[in-house]
Design a protein around this ligand. Structure first.
Ligand code: SF4
Length: 363
């Protein structure tokens, strides 16, 4: 039986960043205690799941408090028969200290994801980041001191005031920090955020510059031995995110907490974005249909640089599906936005930038 991924959402943050539309809020100790109880109920309601990845994301897991995180991870490991694999915790430098990392290490956390976004303090302030770059450096060093060397760093492209030059400094910082994995996301101005309300006055780089930034990141990281394995993700050899690969390879996972999505036993389902509802009933799932269709598989798999293989389509669906898709992609292959030798189909670097539009045409 294929082992599952477990995602645990921690919906608490110190403050709300102006660009963020993730489900998160400020939390008191009472709220956090009540949330831990609800999460435990949800964890213990699931039987016979064996997991090899656990990912605590948010929100900001590091503001949940080390003792709650310890209990939560111990319970999840026991209930999901976790014996060996990857346990990732997202950490914000402003809530990272030695005690936290020592505790995480003691319960088996072996991967830390740090939200750097930018190494330029002015850009960080724009993004609502509280700590300066020195605090980020210190957090990375603490992780390394306690033996957690599998560190992932998030970098953001297209942020206010950013230039290729300032992006280069951010990448220099990320690469020289010793991180093994770098995620580089293009800032998207989401509705219901402060940035959305201020979008007409924000000093954002124009679209062409953002495309140049993306290509710059791909080239820069490649030169520094980070291979790109997904649209936005780069890693040193064998340091890909095992948990996130499950999403892109259409493998099954369980998402715990409000707003979390799951794909389990062939079905997709999710929790509403309501903290109060979750506390009342932590196992109230909203059905989201069957998972595992060819379209879904192809959309997710094409996010990976390896793309889709004729062989795997023949094994999981039927070979004709691949041939059909190849035919529809012909125009984009000729435009060098996609690539194929007849046995695989994948996006090129330029194609990744237009992948949403292309996917809506071919799938
Ligand atoms: S810390 Fe992360 S989750 Fe929290 S508000 Fe900022 S971007 Fe959103």
């Amino acid at each position: 039986m294929m082992k599952k991924g477990i995602y645990i959402h921690i919906p608490f943050c110190q403050t709300k960043c102006p660009y963020c539309d993730f489900y998160s809020m400020r939390g008191t100790d009472e709220k956090k205690d009540a949330y831990l109880d609800a999460l435990n109920s949800e964890i213990f309601s699931h039987k016979n799941i064996v997991a090899d990845t656990i990912y605590l994301g948010g929100g900001t897991p590091s503001v949940f408090g080390k003792d709650r995180l310890k209990k939560l991870i111990e319970n999840a490991k026991n209930q999901f028969d976790f014996s060996d694999g990857e346990i990732t915790v997202e950490v914000n430098p402003s809530s990272c200290d030695e005690e936290l990392i020592e505790t995480l290490k003691s319960v088996g956390v072996n991967r830390i994801s740090i939200g750097l976004q930018s190494a330029i303090d002015e850009e960080r302030k724009f993004l609502g980041r509280h700590s300066g770059i020195e605090k980020v450096k210190e957090s990375i060093e603490i992780c390394q001191k306690y033996g957690i060397t599998n560190i992932s760093i998030d970098v953001m492209l297209g942020v206010p005031e950013q230039t290729i030059k300032s992006l280069e400094r951010t990448l220099e910082f990320a690469v020289s920090s010793g991180a093994k994995h770098i995620s580089a996301y293009i800032l998207k101005i989401e509705e219901n955020t402060l940035f959305y309300r201020r979008k007409d006055t924000l000093p954002l780089p124009d679209e062409d510059t953002v495309c140049d930034m993306y290509e710059f990141v791909c080239d820069y990281l490649e030169k520094n031995n980070f291979h790109q394995y997904e649209i936005s993700n780069f890693s040193k050899e064998n340091y890909e995110s095992r948990h996130n690969l499950k999403y892109w390879k259409s493998e099954e996972y369980l998402g715990l907490g409000p707003a979390a999505h799951s794909y389990l036993n062939g079905k997709r389902f999710y929790h509403s974005r309501s903290f109060e509802e979750y506390l009342k009933n932590p196992t109230a799932y909203i059905p989201d249909g069957d998972g595992g269709s060819f379209d879904e598989f192809a959309m997710l798999k094409l996010r990976l640089t390896e793309g889709i293989l004729k062989k795997e389509i023949a094994e999981n669906f039927c070979e004709e599906k691949f041939d059909e898709l190849l035919k529809k992609s012909d125009r984009f292959i000729r435009m060098k936005l996609m690539d194929s030798d007849g046995e695989f189909l994948k996006f090129t670097k330029q194609g990744f930038l237009l992948s949403n539009t292309i996917l809506s045409e071919i799938i």
